[in-house]
Design a protein around this ligand. Structure first.
Ligand code: ATP
Ligand code: MG
Length: 660
């Protein structure tokens, strides 16, 4: 396919890619959904199994009318993720290959760790955990910054069958307590402190507060193991509770450097992860061993077209699903070399990401639209200072990427050489679902393009009827894929209600989408965010995309507001390019409104533009539209749970700009 606005895969990249044409993609895709046993069986055979699965490979029920929702893959098999992500490579002679290129918060020489060294560290920690009673099925909470010990901690749990729950170390004591109360671990792994940009934070202080709240709420944690971050504060200044706390270096360093793997049933739980909470109370999404292993590894290989000499960098923290699937598991299952970056992309300057790319010769870069937009607002010169020659493929995840940000990523960051993989997926899906393959898929900016192998999406209307061809509606998935969630921790009923009740027989994603005449998917935002203006359904992502095509606007968030005549009106929060005051001169508003009218049409004219020097975001950088809806509708007395907000002060600023 080639037409204006369509970006075909670069020929030389396609030549050596795992999937190098649309035709090849079509054939593989067809096989993956028509013969899943064969397709996934072949892929699974490349991993190590203590006991091979029996037949059938997969069994699932998506229909509540036919009984409980149940998903099983590689039935009867026994394996271990840690073995496959580490030991397998060391056994195959890759012990000396670099696993982690670690770049701290402050600019420095950095350090590296090989697969052999990772194995040793994982074994030592696993041995210690075993010595304090952690084993198959035990819950362990991990609250650590982005240092190599974080993936090591996850792998140590996986090695002995403990179920990890990583809580992003930017969350408050209250959020930590809520998650601890839900998963009830006996052990918490943490770190003395963290440096984030110019700030030093006492993580241990937050953990103490969180664990006290959890104890008050009825769950006392027995062991808190503390890694000492030498850049942060002296050991003597770290708050301490003698009968509960242990220094990691005291407990772990002298442990034996080998530790037998615990073989686990294919369907045994691997981890719980609480979703970011853009839409309400966090849910403990639970994933299982084998399906997640095969799904995260296979998507990593194909979506980033991973080759042995690539250097990969994902800017996500392991506190999010992206860090689980595309830092700890997917890349390591492929024996990849990757950058682990502790800091923030704009510290000490917005040139940091590009300096890191040059320093480590990063070839595969994976980040989020929010980061792309914030770097874009700093101008092009700072990017152009770095060579970025090593870059091969660029990825994005987390939100729809607006066309302006896509173009900037493509033209300025990638010098028009690097395909962009816009990956749509969710905590619940465990791995990429709708995404280009860089050597095969012609790109349309703003579209996540086509389903990955084994993924069968459908578009439904309000009544649950499946729409054919070009259509717009609710995005659902029709059949089970290996890496999907198995339940919500301890709450099968909420699991079934959230994902399977809405449209019987389908997994409901909660997102709206359009499918065009070429079968490309365009995510239009969460369905709760679709605005119904005088009977016309308008996707918030569409209006946001239109606003950001205006050169004055860096970021926009659009929510519905009650409207006496139209039913719902369009309420837009707008952040401006650096250098503007809030409120700006009067013509800025007019220019923004004119842009939307021109790009989408008068039906999408915003009823209100609310100036936003900052937007309320989750700690993973997603806009919390739930809070914006309350502000737009003057319901700020009932903002709900704001504990996952990255910077609570933005709410006050927004309120002070109402009507301006
Ligand atoms: P919660 O479910 O707790 O409200 P969340 O949905 O933000 O939080 P995640 O699982 O991290 O938590 O995010 C998945 C959602 O992010 C998707 O359902 C979709 O709305 C959005 N998303 C992710 N990637 C993309 C993408 N490439 N394009 C469009 N939207 C995306
Ligand atoms: Mg979600």
């Amino acid at each position: 396919m080639s037409a204006p606005g369509i970006h075909p895969p670069p020929a030389d990249l396609a030549k050596s890619a795992h999937v190098s044409s649309e035709k090849q993609y079509d054939e593989l895709y067809k096989q993956s959904i028509e013969e899943p046993e064969k397709f996934w069986g072949n892929i699974a055979s490349t991993f190590h199994w203590n006991k091979r699965w029996s037949s059938p490979v997969t069994r699932s029920n998506f229909d509540m009318n036919k009984g409980p929702i149940k998903i099983e893959w590689f039935i009867g098999g026994e394996t271990n993720l840690c073995h496959n992500a580490v030991d397998r490579h060391v056994n195959n002679g890759l012990g000396g290959k670099v696993a982690f290129l670690y770049e701290g918060n402050d600019i420095g020489p950095g350090s590296q760790m090989t697969y052999g060294e990772v194995l040793e560290r994982v074994c030592k920690l696993a041995n210690y955990l075993k010595s304090i009673g952690v084993g198959k099925g035990s819950d362990v909470t991990i609250y650590m910054p982005m240092i190599p010990e974080l993936p090591i901690a996850m792998l140590a749990c996986a090695r002995i069958g403990a179920v990890h729950s990583v809580v992003f170390a930017g969350f408050s004591a209250e959020s930590l307590a809520g998650r601890v109360l839900d998963s009830r671990p006996d052990v918490v792994l943490t770190c003395s402190g963290v440096k984030r940009g110019p700030k030093t934070l006492s993580l241990k202080g937050i953990v103490d507060d969180g664990l006290k709240r959890a104890a008050d709420g009825g769950h006392k944690v027995g062991h808190c193991v503390v890694y000492h971050h030498r850049d942060c504060m002296p050991q003597s200044e770290v708050p301490w509770t003698d009968d509960r706390d242990t220094w990691w270096h005291d407990a772990v360093e002298h442990q034996p450097a080998s530790c037998d793997v615990t073989w686990l049933d294919a369907e045994a739980p691997l981890f719980k992860l609480y979703t970011s909470g853009s839409t309400g109370k966090p849910k403990g999404v639970q994933h299982s061993q084998a399906g997640y292993m095969v799904g995260s590894a296979t998507t990593f290989k194909y979506v980033f077209d991973y080759h042995d000499d690539d250097v990969y960098w994902c800017t996500a923290d392991c506190g999010w699903i992206t860090g689980h699937s595309y830092v700890t598991y997917g890349p390591m299952l492929n024996a990849a070399t990757q950058v682990i970056f502790e800091g923030v992309p704009t510290y000490p300057t917005a040139g940091r990401p590009w300096e890191i790319v040059d320093k480590y010769k990063v070839s595969l870069l994976y980040t989020a639209p929010t980061a792309i937009r914030s770097l874009m607002a700093k101008g092009n010169d700072i990017v152009k200072k770095a060579s970025r020659k090593s870059l091969r493929i660029l990825g994005t995840v987390g939100e729809p990427i607006n066309v302006e940000a896509w173009k900037w990523y493509n033209e300025v960051v990638g010098d028009k050489r690097c395909p962009i993989v816009d990956t749509w997926w969710q905590t619940e899906t465990g791995a990429h679902m709708i995404t280009p393959l860089p050597g095969a898929t012609p790109l349309k900016p703003g579209s996540a393009t086509k389903p990955f192998f084994g993924v069968v999406p459908a578009v439904l209307n309000e009544q649950g009827k499946e729409l054919e061809g070009a259509a717009e509606g609710y995005l659902v998935i029709k059949q089970a894929w290996p890496s999907m969630l198995r339940t919500l921790a301890g709450d099968q009923e909420r699991f079934e209600k959230t994902y399977f009740e809405h449209f019987k027989g389908f997994y409901f994603t909660g997102d709206g989408c359009k499918r065009d005449e070429d079968g490309y998917y365009w995510l239009t935002g969460r369905v709760d965010d679709v605005i119904n203006v005088s009977g016309h359904r308008i996707g918030t992502a569409e209006v946001e995309g239109a606003l950001t095509t205006c050169h004055l606007c860096t970021e926009a968030a659009v929510v519905p507001v009650e409207h006496p005549i139209k039913g719902q009106g369009i309420y837009a929060f707008v952040s401006l390019m650096e250098g503007h005051d809030y409120p700006p001169e009067a013509n800025v508003r007019k220019e923004l409104i004119d842009t939307v009218r021109r790009v989408i049409g008068p039906i999408a004219t915003p009823d209100c533009i609310h100036w936003a020097p900052g937007l309320p975001k989750t700690r993973s950088g997603k806009i919390m539209r739930r809070i914006l809806r309350k502000i737009a509708n003057k319901e700020e007395d009932s903002l709900g749970d704001t504990s996952t907000l990255a910077d609570p002060s933005v709410v006050e600023t927004l309120l002070s700009l109402r009507g301006k």
